[in-house]
Design a protein around this ligand. Structure first.
Ligand SMILES: O=C(O)c1ccccc1NCC(=O)[C@H](O)[C@H](O)COP(=O)(O)O
Length: 252
């Protein structure tokens, strides 16, 4: 995808990511299993859900107040089996410190949600799972997947089109997200998951991301083949524990 096809906010996010650079030294992670977390939710009759600590975003009005650690505890109390924590500081109000604080007190797997563009950026923080966005990595996806795994990370490869999903499968991704948010236009359409998911082989764990607000949305994504869901805004807006509970108990 060419830079001029992207929304200005996304161009700004990528420029900031390049400016931030990487970590000192190389991280080595002993990860909590995401697959086990999803399986335990299924056993308990809950929807496997990754709840996102997302203080703000380019498409959110204002900023969610409150200690992210308290919000993370409420998400787990509401039934989330994994958390996603934004570490992007300039557009999402995240930080590495938040990720570290949350991971220190919560025992579910934690995804580092950021715009990782090169190997050095993997070394900024330890997490159980790291996000790699197929659209931004192009031909670097496969070597970046290998570099992340060498450090011990589990990897969620995010896609938005069938072609990206096929590229993620060819690169050997086990966890593939289909983002309903188009990062070119920043528009959200749940049809995206329904269109892209059928191209995934059975062996892949598929995660529906973005735009999931209601019990009907959860059921719709599950019917379309989502093994798990990633939800930010709908959980962050209001009572976090109740919001999480509502979605994790929306069985199909
Ligand atoms: O959320 C945004 O506004 C956004 C803008 C530009 C690039 C990425 C963006 N979001 C990243 C995400 O993937 C979402 O935070 C995540 O899937 C949760 O989405 P939602 O449940 O719709 O908050």
């Amino acid at each position: 995808m060419n830079a001029d096809e992207m929304a200005p906010e996304v161009r700004s996010i990528l420029a900031a990511a390049r400016d931030r650079g990487g970590g000192d030294g190389r991280v080595s992670v002993d990860p909590r299993s995401l697959a086990d977390a999803f399986a335990s939710a299924e056993r308990d009759g809950r929807v496997p859900l990754i709840a996102e600590v997302k203080p703000t975003s380019p498409t959110t009005d204002g900023e969610r107040r409150g200690d992210p650690v308290d919000l993370a505890r409420e998400m787990v109390a509401g039934g989330a089996v994994a958390l996603s924590v934004l570490t992007e500081p300039d557009h999402f109000g995240g930080s590495v410190e938040t990720l570290e604080r949350v991971r220190a007190v919560i025992d579910v797997p934690v995804l580092r949600k950021d715009f990782v563009l090169d190997e050095a950026a993997l070394d900024v923080a330890e997490a159980d799972v790291v996000l790699l966005i197929a659209r931004f990595l192009g031909d670097d996806l496969e070597p970046m997947l290998a570099a992340a795994r060498e450090r011990g990370f589990q990897v969620l490869v995010e896609t938005h089109t069938r072609a990206e999903l096929e590229r993620a499968v060819a690169a050997g991704a086990e966890f593939i997200g289909v983002n309903n948010r188009d990062l070119a236009e920043l528009e959200v359409d749940l049809d995206t998951f329904e269109t892209v998911a059928p191209a995934a082989p059975e062996s892949v764990t598929l995660i529906a991301e973005s735009g999931i607000h209601t019990i009907d949305d959860v059921r719709r994504m599950r019917t379309a083949g989502a093994d798990a869901l990633l939800v930010g805004s709908a959980i962050m807006d209001g009572d976090v524990e109740q919001n999480t509970h509502r979605l994790t108990h929306a069985r199909d």
